[in-house]
Design a protein around this ligand. Structure first.
Ligand SMILES: [Zn+2]
Ligand SMILES: [Zn+2]
Length: 239
């Protein structure tokens, strides 16, 4: 059921974003753009992908608690759900088993289809050991319904430009990462992905070395992790 709910939530981002722009105009997009940059780098790339998806660095308890909430605030599914899908992708990338291969399942399926896999529990054992992550997994949609109702009453402008559009941009960013570097049927580094997703473009490197938190010399997300998030020395081969 959750696999359909997430698509409904994401359709809501599109609809609310469009209605917001039609009603309030384009100026709010400046705020949405800044929020997208912050959410994508700190939350989508650094926290969801590299911290939870790959456990590639460590951070302090307080930072982790804030970013844990924000990781559930962006509309790509719970940490447990997203990480399971992503680890599956690394294991079966560009095969018939992959959840989002542009050459196997197709681009239309990536954007509009339902991603469905029976993720083995041992693939996400570390995440399932965390009771709070399980709570978030169970209450993910309740959280989003609550925030949608709250913002609809308090500030419909915020619903469109602070909630829906930045979340939609993070979702589109995920599609870019899933599609462009895998267009040839194998993981490749892709410069356009690097720019649009703020650091996720060295995708071949990432598939080769998934435990590295830094994907390249000019990786903005890797720089932010190094500067602001990680709290222990990690022997990255990228200097
Ligand atoms: Zn990955
Ligand atoms: Zn990939």
């Amino acid at each position: 059921m959750n696999k359909y709910k997430i698509r409904i939530l994401q359709a809501f981002f599109v609809l609310t974003g469009l209605v917001g722009i039609m009603y309030y105009g384009f100026t709010g997009l400046i705020v949405s753009g800044i929020l997208y940059i912050l959410l994508e780098v700190f939350v989508g790339n650094a926290t969801l992908h590299r911290y939870y998806g790959h456990r590639s660095f460590k951070m302090s308890y307080n930072k982790e608690r804030i970013l844990r909430w924000l990781a559930h605030h962006i509309g790509v599914g719970s940490v447990i759900g997203w990480s399971g899908h992503h680890r599956w992708h690394h294991k079966y990338s560009d095969t018939d088993e992959d959840l989002h291969s542009p050459t196997k399942q197709g681009i239309a399926h990536i954007i509009f289809g339902v991603w469905d896999a029976n993720i083995p529990r041992n693939m996400i054992r570390d995440l399932l050991a965390d009771k709070n992550l399980i709570w978030w997994h169970k209450n993910y949609f309740k959280y989003h319904i609550a925030i949608i109702i709250f913002l609809s009453i308090v500030s419909p402008w915020s619903l469109a430009f602070i909630y829906a559009i930045p979340n939609l941009c993070c979702l589109i960013s995920g599609y870019i990462i899933a599609i462009l570097p895998h267009m040839s049927g194998e993981a490749k580094n892709n410069f356009i992905t690097e720019i649009l997703t703020l650091g996720e473009g060295n995708h071949k490197f990432h598939h080769d070395y998934p435990n590295e938190y830094k994907f390249g010399k000019y990786d903005i997300t890797g720089f932010v992790i190094n500067k602001f998030l990680k709290n222990e020395i990690h022997n990255s081969s990228i200097k």
